[in-house]
Structures are given as C-alpha cells and as structure tokens.
Design a protein around this ligand. Structure first.
Ligand code: OXD
Length: 308
C-alpha cells in the first residue's frame, strides 16, 4: 500500500514521522523520492497535473493538501478516483485566528490608529460595543461556521450567506441568490469564505459593493479571483467601502506594480490566513485511508459537479 506526498516540502518530515509511527504498514513516500509510481495508490498533493496523474495507474484516492480544490484539474483524475479536501483542526483554527484578528482590528479602529501614530496624532475615537456591529460571512462551510462561532463569543451580530440553507444558532441565515441582497444590506464587515467555482468567480464586484451599507469593510480569505480588483479600488476611492483586508490575490504573488500595495486602505497578507498543520492533518488523513481500506465511505469527498 503506497502513499505519495507531493506537496509543501518543509512540512514533509512531519508527515513522514506520523505515518512511520502510526501506520508502519503503509509505504509513505515523499516526492521526488517516489520509487515506482505504478505502486502509488494514495496521493497527497496540492495539484493534479494531467501528465503526472497519467503516471499513477493504480491511484485510488486524491487527497488535496489544502482546504480548497479549485487549483485541482478534476479532468486529470479518473472518475473513479474520489477527490478529498483537507478539513482539519489546524486549518480551521488558523482561519478562525486570522478572521478574528481582522474583525477585531477593524472593530477597534487599529488601522486608523496606525495611521494616527505615523502622523503623531493622539485622537481617541468612540468605542462602540461589539453588539453595535454586524458581521456577515459568505460561505457557511466548516471554516465559515467555525469563524461565526468564535465571533459570537465577542458579542457581534452575525449573519451568514450560503448557496443552500444552513442554520446556526445565533446567526441570521440567508441562502441562495435571492437572499444575497438582504444579507448584504446589513453587513458592516463582509467576510468571503466561499469556495471558488464558476458561480462565485468575480462575486466581489461593484454591484455587490453597492448593496453593502456605505463604509462597510471587506475581508477576503477565499480566493483572489472572487474579487474584481478594479471594482474594489473604485469602491474604496469613492468611500463606499472603508477598508479591505486581503489574504488572497490574483495572481499570487501580487505583482510589485499592483495598486493594492500602495493603497492606504488595503491591508495585505501573502495567503497565510491558515495552513494545513501536519500534526493535526495526518491523523485525519490516515483515518480516511483506513476507511477506504475497510471499504467504508470517505469523509470530505468533494462533489465534482458542484466544484467543492
Ligand atoms: C487552502 C489554502 O486551500 O491554503 O488550504 O488556501
């Protein structure tokens, strides 16, 4: 039974250690030291290039090393090979930390104070309670729900929007295109945690911004192509939006001459909101391999038609 890891090299050693200790019966290999590729049955990878997949005739399961699968070429993977996304506590906790930090920094005016400090201005602003703000999350999957749960602990008003209806206690839920407008109308801070699909590409655009309350802020931790960059710049420059916190861009890395770098109301991080943590991901992936070996249904298999 061979598993091949073909992803982030610095984290490979931790995967190897875990499998050596907990699954010595499995032959865990790390690319490029992959041996005979014809023996590989499970692949852990970020991408699935067609010419590489063609060299794995016995592949049984493709495990994405990240939470998203938009970068995976589904057509390269034979129809009988399930595609499994990474849902693990390390990724979830990282996202919860990042989004909480971003929301609290907006709520407590940290970006204004950074500018004030640079200008040596001592100017205390009003401190409204969290209950005076409404935070909206687009995408109520594993990450979106965990983020909403943590934000609830601060006392914010919460709302969520999802393709299909989802109920979470304490969260006003909206679903589908018809409810997008009423959802947006109440969001002081909008967080994008949607999967990237044909339906969500470019969803953060001028029309959507026009439906938010004037002065709302945007946090994009989904994917760069969710956002129409020119529309965001226009919304910021016209004052329709107050700020944007972006962890993802298109392309990545963001080119040095892109206007986001110098924009005073865009805060950028280089796609670090959350990362797969081998220590917490390996046990979950191993359990899924064991399920497959026992002929049981796998967890976190994506729907190829839906795209996530
Ligand atoms: C992921 C990511 O999908 O890091 O896990 O963006």
């Amino acid at each position: 039974m061979s598993i091949l890891y073909r992803s982030d090299a610095p984290r490979a050693a931790a995967w190897v250690r875990y499998f050596a200790e907990h699954a010595p019966d499995l032959d865990f290999r790390v690319w490029p030291d992959a041996g005979d590729l014809a023996e590989v049955e499970y692949l852990i990878a970020w991408q699935a290039p067609a010419e590489f997949i063609a060299r794995l005739p016995r592949l049984k399961v493709f495990f994405s090393s990240g939470a998203g699968v938009d970068h995976v070429d589904f057509s390269a993977l034979p129809g009988h090979v399930p595609i499994v996304r990474m849902v693990e506590p390390g990724i979830i906790n990282g996202m919860v930390e990042y989004v909480s930090l971003a929301v609290l920094a907006l709520h407590r005016d940290f970006f204004d104070y950074m500018a004030a400090k640079a200008a040596r201005i001592w100017d205390p602003l009003e401190v409204p309670p969290a209950s005076a703000r409404t935070i909206g999350v687009m995408g109520m999957g594993a990450l979106g729900c965990a983020v909403l749960e943590r934000l609830a602990s601060y006392g914010f008003n919460l709302r969520g929007w999802n393709r299909s209806p989802r109920e979470i206690e304490g969260v006003e839920s909206f679903a589908g295109p018809d409810q997008l407008q009423p959802f947006l109308a109440g969001c002081d801070v909008l967080i994008c945690l949607l999967p990237l699909t044909a339906a969500t590409r470019g969803i953060l655009n001028r029309e959507l911004f026009s439906l938010l309350p004037a002065g709302a802020a945007l946090i994009n931790v989904g994917r760069g192509p969710h956002l129409v960059d020119a529309d965001l710049l226009e919304a910021l420059d016209s004052g329709r939006l107050s700020r944007a916190i972006l962890d993802v861009t298109e392309p990545e890395p963001l080119p040095a001459d892109h206007p986001f770098w110098a924009h005073p109301r865009v805060f950028l991080t280089p796609h670090v909101a959350s990362m797969t943590q081998p220590e917490s991901a390996a046990p979950i992936l191993l359990e899924n391999v064991r399920r497959h070996q026992r002929g049981e249904p796998l967890a976190d298999v994506i729907d190829r038609c839906r795209g996530y």
